[in-house]
Design a binder for this molecule. Sequence first.
Ligand code: NAP
Length: 280
Amino acid sequence: MTAETKVRAACLIGWPAAHSRSPLIHHYWLRTLEIEGGYSIEAIPPEGFAEFVLHLSTHGFVGANVTIPHKERALALSIPDGRARAVGAANTLWYEGGELRSTNTDIEGFINNLDACAPGWDGIEDALVLGAGGASRAVIFGLIERGIKRVHLANRTFDRARALADQFGASVHPVAWDGIAALLPRAGLLVNATSLGMHGQPALEVDTGLLPPHGVVADLVYVPLETPLLSAARARGLKIADGLGMLLHQAVRGFELWFGQRPEVTPELRALVEADLTEV
Ligand code: NAP
């Protein structure tokens, strides 16, 4: 695309070019909101990333999503908001007053999906988060911002849980991986932010039967659409929030920033992306 192109366009920058659902999502919104715009995938290697991002508008884009392996570089090359700084990675870029800004939309993706799937979930006192990678940071930031009193954080590598707890302050309590079962009875919210349960990975061995009856279970994994953890929670009658919901909700803000209208996560959009995931 060239600078002369009149149509507003955004893109996803990654390397190597991966199969992503982002074009499907943004094209759906462009179509249904009748906005003339574009969204493409740009495969940019690490050595070309700085040049591409620092001249994003010259390349014809009003903004971008950023994925592996560029999220940390994107933060460093732009003016990040508090969310991107707290997560340590940016996934959305846009121009404001001629300056390139960045944020991390996984936080609102996670929280807005919970609000949609389990309204009132935030009446809880204790949340239990499993995993201490990048996604976990977004989850923890969102839970603290929402005022959850205690966030227990368990990770296979305990030191990573402790480091995150140190970063986020007194409401985050690091827990050893073998301490999960003891915490389940008071966990009003259980979040899987590990890659366990993902297609090709072992299942996450957690007994959802130990959760309280009002417990909510969220899983960030979206391949498969319903992980063994979510199936077990659903069978018990617990409310669940899945990874696809988070993926769809995290896309909303970028679209709004680039194209000026806040889109909605509709059942029709969800069905479209579900079909694509099932195909793969
Ligand atoms: P990451 O930074 O690589 O972190 C992976 C986490 O999984 C670490 O805490 C790691 O523990 C843990 N883990 C991996 N294998 C394990 C095992 N065998 N037993 C116990 N723990 C294990 O990944 P991430 O970016 O945070 O992503 C985590 C998951 O969230 C992925 O499945 C990703 O696809 C998903 N995600 C979904 C969305 C969405 O929109 N739905 C957004 C972001 C991420 P150690 O520290 O001990 O290695």
